[in-house]
Design a protein around this ligand. Structure first.
Ligand code: PLP
Length: 416
């Protein structure tokens, strides 16, 4: 497939009503997809239809609406199973998102299995939500964290990974795609190595699910976490995939309704997974919206989406990278639709504000990856991140707006 032709062909912005809204009187170039994606009509409508036609609490009702809501929630779980190619729907736990999924594993599996002397292996690329839960767990258990370093290009140092992986390593928790640099990690290869060393593996898929086909069986991981809102779905819904044997052996982490088998004041017994980990009324409408989002991306095809975004990333990398005074941060060989950069003598936040006035929405800051910024000796970056509805005009708007910023600062055409 000719990647550049494909970038023009995937013209789907019309499915996303918010993209038609002018910002500061300009056409919106929404390039903050790493933070959250916009929602297609199909998702907005699915949630609306749920509240208008089928709303009721699940599992507890004998009446028609409750049965309908329960069925829609079960169908949504099956959609997530299909998205990740899990073996069974029971391996899918609905959560509020990636952060809650990782906290669930840390609180349940972690507290039950880790002790002083054990090690958790992370990487320098991790988002705070794949760092802080493990720090909290280490405080409680006496386990310690070790960190795989990254190269100047933003790739994992694989020799260091092999050295750090040892008999004390109980868990490898690693992102599939770096939200700050776009680096795609070889997660299947790293999972196999971690398993050979006797560790289990959790993958943070927050930045991966919307940009490539994910197959948890092919990766071989034990846990996989993602958020619906980065996949064109609603906020407040996401999922944890957990291998059935592991979930079955894990204690509950939150107690309440729906996660029990029996309750008595003398003690309670708990439901089988996934219900054991879904205490209380879940985000039913969110799950319905997430299922609609999954149907939407699968109808387009994740491979097509990946090719389209790759073409945009290549175009943006060349065009932004060629601007005198711009430094790209993160130049890994395998990258997904994220372009992080610095512009000489313009603070990323100032740049973000200037770009906003031009209708170009990017993110500026540490991207919840402060250790990674420290590694590069910078406080933050400007980050443009692409999604299926972006097109070449968005890239051109980004480049023109950066030029405008340099004009304002009197730095156009100059390097430090
Ligand atoms: N992990 C990565 C790599 C992310 O990019 C994000 C969000 O930016 C998260 C985890 C946290 O996701 P959420 O805030 O949806 O729980």
């Amino acid at each position: 497939m000719n990647a550049r032709t494909d970038a023009r062909q995937l013209a789907l912005a019309g499915d996303f009503p918010i993209l038609a809204r002018p910002i500061h009187g300009r056409r919106l170039a929404y390039l903050d997809n790493g933070a959250t994606t916009q929602k297609p009509d199909a998702v907005i409508e699915a949630e609306r239809r749920f509240y208008r036609e089928s709303n009721a609490n699940i599992h507890r009702g004998v009446h028609r609406l409750s049965q309908e809501a329960t069925e829609l929630y079960d169908v949504a779980r099956e959609s997530v199973r299909r998205l990740l190619n899990a073996r069974a729907a029971e391996e899918i736990v609905f959560t509020r998102g990636t952060t809650e999924a990782i906290n669930l594993v840390a609180a349940s599996w972690g507290r039950a299995n880790l002790k002083a002397g054990d090690e958790i292996l992370l990487t320098a690329l991790e988002h705070h939500s794949n760092i802080v839960p493990w720090q909290l767990l280490c405080e409680q258990t006496g386990a310690t964290i070790r960190v795989v370093p990254v190269s100047d290009a933003g790739e994992l140092e694989l020799a260091a990974f092999e050295q750090l992986l040892g008999e004390r390593t109980r868990l490898l928790a690693i992102t599939q795609v770096s939200n700050a640099l776009g680096t795609i990690n070889p997660v299947a290869e790293l999972t196999a190595k971690a398993h050979a060393a006797g560790a289990i593996v959790l993958i943070d898929g927050a930045q991966a699910v919307a940009h490539q086909t994910v197959d948890v069986q092919a990766i071989g991981c034990d846990f996989y976490a993602f958020s619906g809102h980065k996949l064109y779905g609603p906020t407040g819904i996401g999922a944890l995939y957990g291998r059935a044997e592991l979930l079955a052996a894990m204690p509950p982490w939150q107690g309440g309704g729906d996660m029990i088998r029996t309750v008595a004041f003398e003690g309670s017994s708990f439901a089988e997974p996934p219900q054991r980990f879904e205490a209380g009324t879940p985000n039913i409408a969110g799950a319905v919206g997430l299922a609609a989002a999954i149907d939407y991306v699968q109808a387009i095809g994740l491979e097509r989406i990946a090719a389209h975004e790759h073409a945009l990333l290549e175009r943006a990398t060349a065009a932004v990278g060629d601007i005198p005074g711009v430094r790209l941060i993160g130049t890994a060989r395998h990258k997904a639709s994220i372009l992080s950069f610095l512009v000489d003598r313009i603070h990323p936040h100032d740049l973000g504000t200037i770009l906003d006035a031009e209708g170009v929405a990017i993110r500026a800051g540490h991207h919840c990856a402060m250790p990674l910024m420290t590694r590069f000796g910078i406080p933050g970056t400007a980050r443009a991140s692409f999604a299926l509805y972006n097109d070449e005009a968005d890239v051109d708007a980004l480049v023109a707006a950066i030029h405008k910023g340099q004009d304002l600062f009197g730095t156009r055409g100059t390097t430090r």
